[in-house]
Design a protein around this ligand. Structure first.
Ligand code: FAD
Length: 315
């Protein structure tokens, strides 16, 4: 099984999902290469090698320094035609969601997105992905010379296993782009991305208003966590959209998800039910969130959060 892993990077840093996918390919015993397109850092090869990537491909071209949806898809198509991998492995990230279907359409290749389990049996991939807002899990087998798979971030833990890596620079003529990203306006740089966080503290309508969010932020900061929100909190304008967890927000799989004042509507669960441990704080014992929580605290959050913060400060 030959895999090509799309090396996702931003602001000169390799994204965590790339290391997770390298670890996954290694654990599957696949032969694999990692391709980085665009403005790369000199240390990318060493970084990837730390996780076991022995072959790293760089596609450099000034025109590719900024992400272009159709441009990157065409470049990937050329690389795939040249290297003939059996599988293209990407992250089920914003980029993966944008790019994978374009490559799939260009190459008429079958695709399974947002997989939470990837196994290899008798040379055939066996995939599991949630469907219908997480209500069911589908076992999927793709059929095609090239199979495209995107993997949900944080499902596979990246683990180091250093190897000597070789690299190759691939020169491609940048195609004519139909769409060029002119500018990326990013939010607070120091903020931990909710999709990459190992711990998330999320607040919902039960928080009553933005003026109380300092409780979520303080707890998150003590735990080294990212902050998330339900759609109700985002729609009310209490929190920015990039924090929204759920069907129309982000899909997260942290080790620990703390849901505070969130009822647990199916659309919220769709984005966080694959978290390893779920802690719910809600004053309503009938709240659906308790059905999937590993630990539940039935209480007023305005009493619980200050006490949790106080205890954590003592540690
Ligand atoms: P509520 O459902 O109002 O729950 C608030 C909870 O806080 C209650 O359970 C209450 O008991 C508790 N509470 C109140 N006061 C306290 C207190 N003092 N102490 C402790 N607990 C307290 N939702 C998402 O989150 N993400 C999505 O991506 C998303 N996408 C959607 C897509 C579609 C097409 C649709 C139709 C809906 C979507 N929703 C999404 C909305 C979803 O259906 C719910 O309306 C939303 O998740 C509710 O948010 P909430 O749990 O914060 O609010």
């Amino acid at each position: 099984m030959k895999m090509l892993i799309y090396g996702e990077h931003r602001d000169g840093q390799i994204r965590k999902i790339t290391f997770e996918n390298i670890t996954l390919a290694r654990q599957l015993g696949a032969e694999f290469e990692v391709v980085f397109i665009g403005q790369v850092n000199d240390n990318f090869k060493e970084q990837a090698a730390k996780y076991g990537a022995s072959k790293v491909l760089f596609v450099k071209n000034e025109k590719l320094n900024t992400y272009s949806p159709d441009g990157y898809a065409k470049v990937l198509m050329r690389i795939i035609k040249d290297r003939t991998p059996d599988v293209l492995l990407m992250g089920a990230t914003a980029t993966g969601k944008d790019l994978a279907p374009r490559v799939s359409a260009l190459l008429n290749a079958p695709m399974a997105t947002d997989c939470i389990k990837v196994e290899l049996e008798n040379g055939q991939l066996k995939l599991v992905r949630p469907m219908y807002a997480g209500k069911v899990r589908a076992n999927i087998q793709l059929n095609g010379d090239l199979q495209i798979v995107t993997v949900r971030p944080n499902v596979y833990q990246a683990s180091e296993q250093a190897v000597d890596a070789g690299s190759e620079e691939i020169s491609v003529e940048a195609p004519d782009f139909k769409a060029i990203v002119k500018e990326i306006v990013s939010g607070a740089k120091e903020k931990l991305d909710v999709t990459e966080a190992d711990i998330i503290v999320s607040g919902g309508r039960g928080m009553k208003g933005p003026e109380n969010w300092h409780l979520i932020e303080e707890l998150a900061s003590l735990l080294g966590a990212a902050t998330g929100a339900s759609r109700a909190a985002v729609d009310a304008g209490w929190r920015p959209h990039d924090e929204q967890v759920g069907q129309t927000g982000k899909t997260v799989s942290p080790t620990l998800y703390i849901a505070v004042g969130i009822s647990g509507a199916i659309q919220h669960l769709a984005g966080m039910s694959s978290s390893k441990y779920i802690v719910a704080i809600n004053k309503d014992p009938e709240a659906p969130i308790f059905k999937i929580a590993d630990y539940g605290i039935v209480a007023d959050l305005f009493e619980v959060l200050p006490r949790m913060i106080e205890e954590l400060k003592k540690m």
